[in-house]
Every structure is written in C-alpha cells, then in structure tokens.
Design a protein around this ligand. Structure first.
Ligand SMILES: Cc1cc2nc3c(=O)[nH]c(=O)nc-3n(C[C@H](O)[C@H](O)[C@H](O)COP(=O)(O)O)c2cc1C
Length: 332
C-alpha cells in the first residue's frame, strides 16, 4: 500500500511517502538558493521518497521565520528555485513548495497579524492588519504562486499551520477582529482564489493545517474540517495535517500522534490527506494508510537523520524497489 502509486491532479507519485517541509535556515539574507538546498533535496530524491515538499519559503521578506529562510518574494528567486526543481526531477522525484508568511511569528521588528496580540512576549506585539495590508498579502501569495509555477514545482502548498499568518486568521485565539475578516475563512478564500488564478488548474494545490491547538478555545479537527469544506471547491486537492504552533501548549507527542486528526479531516472533508508526526518506520505508515487515517505519510526528522531511509527499508514491507544503480554494491 505504501508503495502503491498515487494520483492527485496531474501529479503521479511512485509511492506514498512524503518528505515534510522543513526549514533549513541555510539561505543568505536575500533568500536565495545555494548548493546546500540543491544537495539536500536531491539527496532525498535519490533516497526514494514519493514526494518532496520544500521548506516554508517566504512570500515577503518581512514574513520570514528567520533571516535565513528561502524566499520567493521576487523574480530573482526563480532561477535558484528552478535549480532545486530540475535537479530533484533528474532523480525522478516530484517536488512541491510550501509558501508562507509568518505574520506575528516573523523575525522582524514590525510584525503584522490579524489582531495586535503577541505570540509570546509583549515586546513582540504585532500591528493589526488593515484591509489594504490583507489585500497586499493576498497579492503576495498570488505572485509567489506564479513564480513557483515558473520554477517548475509540481505542487504548491499553502502554509496555514503552526501559527503562521494564514492560521492566525483561522484561530479564535489570534483573530479577535471585529470586521469581516473576523471569519478567517474569508481571508483563506481570497488567497486560494488569487493563487488559483495563476497556479494551473491541472496542478495540485495543497494546504497545511494545524488541526488541533491543544488548548481550550483553540482550533479542533472538526473546526478545521469545516473550514476546509468551505474552501475546497475553490481548488484544494490535498490536505497536509499537522498541529499546534499558534500558542504555547503542552503537546504530548508520540509516534503517530497526529494521525487521528488526519483521519477526522479525511472523513469529514472527503479530501485526500497527508498524515504523520514522529512516524518512525514504514510499517506504521502502511498501517496508517490501511486504517484510512491518511492517503500519504510524511516523514520529517527521520529523513534529516537518514535521507536513504525509504530505499533501504522498502524490504521491511517485502517490496522490491528500483535501488539506485550507483549504490547497488552497498545494498543490503
Ligand atoms: C528542522 C525542522 C524544520 C521544520 N520546518 C517546517 C516548515 O518549514 N514547514 C512546516 O510546515 N513544518 C515544518 N516543520 C515540521 C515538520 O514538517 C513535521 O511536521 C514535524 O517535524 C513532525 O514530523 P516528524 O516527527 O516526522 O519530524 C519542521 C520541522 C523540523 C524538525
């Protein structure tokens, strides 16, 4: 099952393992791609994952999580990003990109957010966005999507998880507005529509969500499923289910701890989902698919430790894979 192919829009995956988006903080202050990024992603492509989702890439320099984030806020970024895409493709792996604005979690002096509520420290107080600022952010998502298409990415993922700007609009803990944007879904709809204007209809559009905030009054899987049901017809093809990150919370993580959220969202929305979180082997991933918790399984830190995990462990599921020819003499 884990090694069955999977089709979403015009994107065909050879297996259902996904490299989760992970910020590497290895760019220069201009957000440009360098050798590290190309090598890092190409290595996981050789390692046999079914899909790579590139780390959160900033749509605005003031929306960066750190000054070393990758950027997609201007056309100068396209050539470097294309280098990642072309190299990963050469090793027969599709690649998506996660685009992001960090909002009140940005590492800049003048932060923006739906409401003037700090993430964790009063001196980090953000400015509540005006309608013009919201329109600008929507436009920046659209421009970033256009650049992602130009660079050749196979999938686009909107980062609406972990307490970054789109999620800040969705959560009642960070959105206390009294205008129409009190309903964060309105913002999300605008972003999806704008992005879909430039991101081709036959290309997959994913959204990463935090399905649970682990605190009273925060987002629950049922709430997120409702949001997704309101926006899915605008062109969402896949949901990448994560949790937490908008407020400080006590999260008891264990292997597969987010799979129940993925299952709820899959069931309530009918959309295909990527589930995961501390998945430590291929058997657990296979079981999650069998249980209908998710359609695809993401691996994060395990792939930082071992980029070749998938090719070296396919045998755990009695699967013969196409082992990379140059490495065959090392195959066990
Ligand atoms: C170094 C690092 C960077 C991360 N950066 C991102 C990111 O850019 N976007 C995102 O949605 N999640 C990010 N995450 C979360 C991962 O995508 C993943 O959800 C999390 O690590 C749990 O999966 P795992 O237990 O398999 O590592 C990051 C995690 C790590 C460890």
């Amino acid at each position: 099952m884990l090694f069955d192919s999977f089709l979403v829009k015009n994107l065909k995956l050879d297996n259902r393992t996904v490299m989760a988006p992970m910020c590497m903080y290895e760019s220069d202050e201009n957000g440009l791609v360098n050798d590290f990024h190309v090598i890092h992603y190409a290595t996981r492509a050789i390692g046999g994952v079914g899909l790579i989702i590139q780390e959160a890439t900033a749509i605005d320099p003031d929306g960066r999580i750190s000054v070393n984030d990758l950027g997609i806020w201007n056309d100068d970024h396209i050539d470097g990003l294309k280098m990642i895409v072309d190299t990963v493709h050469r090793y027969h792996c599709p690649i998506g990109i996660q685009i992001n604005h960090a909002g009140r979690k940005a590492r800049v002096e003048h932060k923006i957010a739906p409401s003037a509520i700090a993430f964790n420290d009063e001196k980090d107080l953000p400015v509540a966005m005006t309608e013009d600022m919201i329109e600008r952010m929507v436009y920046q998502f659209r421009e970033a999507a256009g650049r992602a298409h130009e660079a050749g990415y196979d999938l686009l993922e909107l980062h609406a998880a972990h307490g970054y700007l789109l999620f800040q609009f969705l959560s009642p803990l960070s959105n206390k507005r009294d205008d129409q944007y009190k309903d964060g879904v309105i913002v999300l709809k605008k972003v999806i529509k704008a992005v879909r204007d430039v991101w081709p209809q036959d290309k997959a559009l994913a959204i990463r969500v935090s399905a649970y905030e682990y605190v009273e009054g925060g987002i629950t899987p049922e709430m997120i499923a409702k949001v997704l049901n309101e926006v899915k017809d605008l062109g969402i093809d896949l949901v990448d289910v994560s949790s937490g990150g908008n407020v400080i919370a006590n999260i008891k993580a264990y292997p597969g701890y987010q799979l129940e959220f993925a299952k709820t969202i899959k069931k309530m929305t009918g959309l295909p989902v990527i589930g995961g979180g501390m998945i430590e082997d291929l058997r657990q991933a296979e079981q999650a698919i069998k249980d209908k918790s998710c359609d695809l399984v993401f691996y994060g830190r395990l792939l930082l430790r071992n980029p070749y995990y998938v090719i070296n462990h396919a045998k755990d599921l009695n699967v013969e894979i196409n082992y990379p020819k140059p490495y065959k003499r090392g195959q066990k």
